[in-house]
Write a protein that binds this ligand. Sequence first.
Ligand code: SF4
Length: 288
Amino acid sequence: MARLNLRLKENAPGPLYVDETCIDCDTCRQMAPEIYGESRGLSYVMRQPESRDEKLRALQALVACPTASIGGAKGAEVRDALATFPQRIDGPVHDCGLRAESSFGATSYLVLRPAGNVLVDSPRAAGPLLDRVEASGGVRLLFLTHRDDVADHARLHARFSCDRVLHRDDVSRSTREVELQLQGGDPVELGPGLLAIPVPGHTRGSCALLVDGEYLFTGDHLWAAEDGSLEMGRSVCWYSWDEQVRSLEKLLAHSFRWVLPGHGRRARAGSAAEMHAKLRRLLRDLRR
Ligand code: SF4
C-alpha cells in the first residue's frame, strides 16, 4: 500500500500519487506516459487523469507497480483495472500486467497457443491474475529468459503444473528444480513455432524465445528506445559485453517483427527486413 506520509512533493494536486518507495522501474511511465513522469530518479504524477481511458491506464499502472508505490484509489475501480490483465498486445501475445519487485518490475508475457499457453518470465503471482490465466487455458510452458526474472516461478509451477525452461548457466539454488535446463549455445526447438535462442551477455545463461518467427522475447538482452530504435545496455551487462554483442549479431539469422523485452520499450517493425535493418544499425553503432 502506498503511504500518504511518503507522498512525493512533485505529484500534481489530486487523489493519485506516487510515494517515495518507487524503484524507478518505468512501468507506470510506459503504461500511462501522459500521467506519470520522472524526477530525481523516481516516478510521480505529472497530472491527474481526466478521461475514462486515462483513469483506466493510470489505475492499470497502480496495480502493475511492483512496489505498490502508487496510491489514491481503491475498491471497485482498482478491481476493474486488475481485471484487464492479461492485456492483449498483438496476436496471441499478452502483457500479464502485474510486475514482481524481485525481478525489478520486469514484464511477463502470456502467449496463447492451441498446443498450450506459454508464459515468458514470471509475473507477480497474485490470485486474481492467476485465475484469469487459468480461464485462458492455463500455462504449459514457463520460459525464463534469465536468472533475474524468475520471481514466482515455483508458485506458477505449483498452480499450473507447467514445465519451466531456463538455461543451465543461469540456474541457481532457487531454480535447481527447473524441469528443462538448456545447455550450450545452439538454438533449441521447444515445440512447433517455439525456438529458444541462447544470447549470453547480460547474464551467462540469457536466452531469447522466438515464437512463430514473429515475436522475439528478449529478457534484458535487447529492447527499444523511445524513438523505436533498438538498444542494449552496457551498464546493465552482468556477464560479458563482448558476448552480448556477438549474441546480438546471431539474431540476424532469425526472422521476427517484434522485440518484447523484460525491461524497456517494445519494438515493432512492418517486416522482418525492417527489424533486421534496426539490428544492423545497432550493431554498427556499437562497433563505432
Ligand atoms: S511502477 Fe511503481 S516502482 Fe515502477 S516507476 Fe512507477 S511508481 Fe515506481
